[in-house]
Design a protein around this ligand. Structure first.
Ligand SMILES: [Zn+2]
Length: 489
């Protein structure tokens, strides 16, 4: 039956009231007639306290990164950043006052629902693409087209890190990050963080949830039996989000949990064993010196994800597992994932599920996922060098990127001060092409590119990339100098 909801700003929205609406632990959901938004009401009306209403008002308004500041959203947010973050979060946009207190959320984009042919074995049509479908043993029942590959799982990790970084920048903590609260689409390498209404605003509101099994930080689980008022009790916070974020990234990449290994922590009961394994005695399955929790069949390990991610996994699960302040920040994950994405090498074996891998030894390009050696005889890399301030013509190496055919280059590959984030648009500035056995960098939209001989390269012009070719990607301020390296294998 078509009903109407009145929002706190006076606006009226239609929704379809049905007799058995989808129900979560806190709320139930009705859809808009065109399915573009949902209206959610609370299961237990006693949960609607003054504090909850205040908290939701702040989340919908001044903390909302999906609405521009001049439309009532977060401070400093413009239309572009609002659009950017609207793709990373399913963030409540309004509060309903009639017929009862509730919230309005945008509907999840269509690609986060399974289609008709997602699985032959499971009735998944229309179900949300919760991460666990892709990282648990259930993935074997999914159609191969749904699974994505190593590259798209890194891109998903990057999306989630960006979303969490944005929350933390505003002083918010998600408090319940888990495979249930992040939808992922491995086909497109995108993710969206949902269930934003449990956000914790530190210092103002008390967290209402402890988190979800397997994602709760060890210190929260360890102290969960203490009274809420006890100062020893650890509650969800930015630091506990950072544990959950690291667990999610590890799961996306390896399809296993970083703390679930063969070690028995208690013979008293399965509950006690689990309580210790995820809490006080939690031990990384890939701990470099204590191998007591290491499964026997670890074919792919953190080493194969390259130096940037290996370092952060060790920081998260060795240094920071029982020391929250040592955990990598979401921004550190973003940077490491971006660098890692630039080290990807294409696996040339058609049946390889991973499709991409990290080239740790350029002289031996062998895919660790399928064991097949690269058929082509060369590995091509671009060394990006930043100008040394005050010393004209002097550069130092900043970054090395692995080159593949039809690779796009963005602002971050041309200018030293650009990153992939809400402030840098994703326009393609150049592309790398292989033609008749030779590599070329084709200028699409770089204003001040110069050839090795010092000639200006206009739009659509190209530079041939041979071993030791050195040229200016841009002579504008902060432009990189690039050197090509061709390694014969
Ligand atoms: Zn392979």
């Amino acid at each position: 039956m078509l009903k109407q909801a009145t929002l706190t700003n006076g606006q009226i929205l239609d929704y379809e009231e049905v007799s058995n609406p989808p129900r979560g632990s806190m709320k139930y959901t009705y859809f808009a007639p065109d399915k573009s938004y949902v209206i959610q009401f609370f299961n237990n009306k006693n949960d609607i306290t003054e504090e909850l209403m205040e908290r939701l008002k702040a989340i919908v308004g001044k903390y909302n990164p999906t609405i521009a500041e001049n439309n009532g959203g977060a401070v400093g947010n413009d239309e572009n950043t609002a659009k950017y973050f609207a793709q990373k979060f399913c963030w409540p946009v309004s509060i309903v006052k009639e017929p009862e207190f509730g919230i309005v959320c945008p509907a999840y984009p269509k690609n986060f629902h399974f289609g008709v042919d997602a699985s032959k074995h499971l009735p998944l049509r229309g179900a949300d693409k919760k991460s666990k479908w892709f990282t648990s043993k259930n993935r074997r029942y999914l159609n191969i087209n749904e699974l994505g590959n190593f590259k798209t799982m890194l891109e998903i990790s990057l999306d989630v890190s960006t979303a969490v970084r944005r929350l933390h920048q505003a002083g918010l903590a998600h408090s319940d990050l888990s495979s249930n609260n992040v939808l992922i689409d491995p086909k497109t390498g995108t993710a969206v963080v949902i269930d934003i209404d449990s956000l914790v605003v530190p210092g103002i509101f008390h967290p209402a949830v402890a988190g979800t099994r397997n994602y709760i930080a060890p210190e929260v689980l360890e102290t969960s039996e203490l009274e809420l008022k006890n100062p020893e009790r650890k509650l969800p916070s930015v630091a506990t989000d950072l544990h959950a974020l690291a667990v999610l990234i590890y799961e996306y990449i390896f399809f296993r949990h970083p703390l679930i290994g063969p070690k028995i922590f208690s013979t008293e009961s399965a509950e006690m064993d689990d309580f210790l394994a995820m809490g006080k005695e939690a031990l990384f399955i890939e701990h470099p010196t204590d191998t007591s929790n290491r499964p026997e069949d670890l074919a792919i390990t953190i080493k194969q994800t390259g130096v940037y991610l290996e370092e952060l996994f060790l920081k998260a699960f060795v240094d920071g597992l029982h020391n929250p302040s040592a955990r990598p920040t979401a921004m550190e994950w973003e940077r490491a994932l971006l660098h890692t994405l630039e080290q990807l090498h294409k696996c040339e074996y058609d049946d390889c599920l991973a499709k991409w891998y990290i080239l740790s030894d350029p002289k031996h390009p062998i895919c660790p996922f399928c064991g097949v050696k690269s058929f082509s005889r060369e590995v091509v890399r671009l060394h990006l060098m930043s100008p040394i301030r005050g010393q004209t013509g002097q550069f130092y190496e900043t970054n090395v990127i692995n080159i593949h055919n039809n690779m796009p280059l963005y602002k971050r590959h041309v200018y030293t001060n650009c990153y992939k984030n809400e402030k840098s648009e994703d326009d393609i500035l150049a592309t790398i092409t292989k033609l008749d056995g030779r590599w070329y960098l084709v200028n699409k939209n770089i204003p001040n590119m110069y050839s090795p001989k010092g000639n200006k390269v206009h739009h659509s012009g190209a530079i041939a990339l041979d071993h030791n070719t050195i040229f200016m990607l841009s002579k504008s301020e902060n432009g990189y100098c690039a050197e090509c390296e061709i390694i014969n294998v």
